[in-house]
Ligand binder design. Structure first.
Ligand SMILES: NC(=O)c1ccc[n+]([C@@H]2O[C@H](COP(=O)([O-])OP(=O)(O)OC[C@H]3O[C@@H](n4cnc5c(N)ncnc54)[C@H](OP(=O)(O)O)[C@@H]3O)[C@@H](O)[C@H]2O)c1
Length: 311
């Protein structure tokens, strides 16, 4: 796997591994196997949150498991660790007030067994807290060395722009990465706006990121396995011609469709109006090995253009 030096100075592998279910529905043994395989294959960018996976347990499992794995493998300095604050945990913890950020960062550091987080995300916007309070609190974590860089997740573009303008004017650390959803399939505009406007990026948001030279960490980019098993297509995506096309092109290239989706995402910055994308997904060991074969594909400009043109 190649490394990509992001504009914020983080040197990350070209795909990120999601640890959302580690320690809860994914057993410790299987989680360790996936983590070890990912690192053996050149991966270094691991994603978790202070609330994973509270719907399947307490919300402490993923960070706790990662902390144990980092300690057992002695590899903290080789990993770019991303975690998040701001979403609900069993009806508690939602919000980006100073007190919440200060409390949860220490909890994350304790569980992860480290004294710094490489990339700390606001997991979702908190319109009830003044942006100034949130950005100043995040900046103080950077100044104290608890956090290296900041990112936003599930934000409207205008709110991200506003937060960064305020940060810039006050000399505070801005958000330098966005975690949102992008996959090869098009979002479906008939579903709840929550998905289409907050989570799944559209062309306007991609152009904004490209213009700001800000990377997109595209979460859940494999659509929960729908590229291999079309019956798993999440409601918020159109299947149709794009799904058929990617499956048939993948068959022609001798890879599984998810592998081709990763190839498209990691090359899409070569097309006008697209930012650098780091795909973020989860997988079993076997699925991981299959999917990463996509990174060896050499997509030509013509192929990218053709893939983009399918509607
Ligand atoms: N910022 C946010 O709000 C947010 C929200 C959600 C997730 N995330 C992050 O994104 C990460 C990934 O999200 P996700 O797991 O929900 O979605 P995803 O990566 O799109 O889907 C992963 C699932 O796809 C299936 N899959 C992967 N490769 C496959 C293959 N080769 N063949 C068949 N099936 C395959 C597997 O399902 P099976 O296990 O059923 O086989 C796997 O668990 C999370 O771990 C988390 O870090 C962030």
């Amino acid at each position: 796997m190649k490394k990509v030096l992001l504009p914020n100075g983080l040197n990350v592998s070209e795909v990120a591994l999601g640890a959302m279910m580690f320690g809860s529905t994914t057993s410790k043994e299987e989680s360790y196997r996936v983590l070890d395989t990912y690192v053996e294959m050149g991966g270094n960018f691991i994603d978790t949150s202070n609330n994973y996976a509270h719907w399947a347990g307490t919300g402490d499992e993923s960070e706790t498991l990662l902390g144990e794995w980092l300690r057992d493998r002695g590899c903290r300095d080789k990993i770019v660790l991303a975690t998040k604050v701001g979403f609900d945990r069993h009806g508690k913890g939602a919000g980006l007030k100073r007190s919440q950020i200060e409390y949860w960062v220490d909890e994350s550091l304790r569980k992860l067994g480290t004294d710094y987080i490489d990339l700390y995300y606001a997991h979702t916007d908190d319109p009830t807290t003044p942006i100034e309070e949130t950005m100043e609190a995040f900046d103080s974590l950077v100044k104290k060395g608890k956090v290296r860089t900041l990112g936003s997740s599930n934000y409207d573009t205008w709110r991200l722009a506003e937060a960064n303008m305020i940060a810039e004017n006050r000399g505070w650390t801005p958000y330098t990465a966005m975690q949102q959803r992008l996959s090869y399939l098009n979002p479906k505009f008939s579903v709840a706006p929550k998905y289409v406007f907050n989570e799944v990026v559209n062309r306007e948001r991609l152009r904004f990121l490209a213009d700001k030279n800000m990377p997109l960490i595209s979460y859940a980019c494999l659509c929960k396995g729908a590229y291999e098993d079309t019956s798993r297509l999440p409601d918020e995506y159109e299947g149709g011609a794009r799904l058929e096309f990617i499956r048939s092109m993948a068959a022609d290239k001798g890879v599984n469709p998810s592998a081709l989706v990763l190839a498209w995402l990691t090359n899409i910055h070569r097309c006008e109006g697209f930012p650098r994308v780091i795909p973020l997904f989860s997988a079993s060991c076997e699925q991981l090995k299959q999917n990463l074969r996509g990174l060896d594909l050499k997509l030509t400009d013509e192929e990218l253009k053709m893939m983009n043109s399918v509607q």
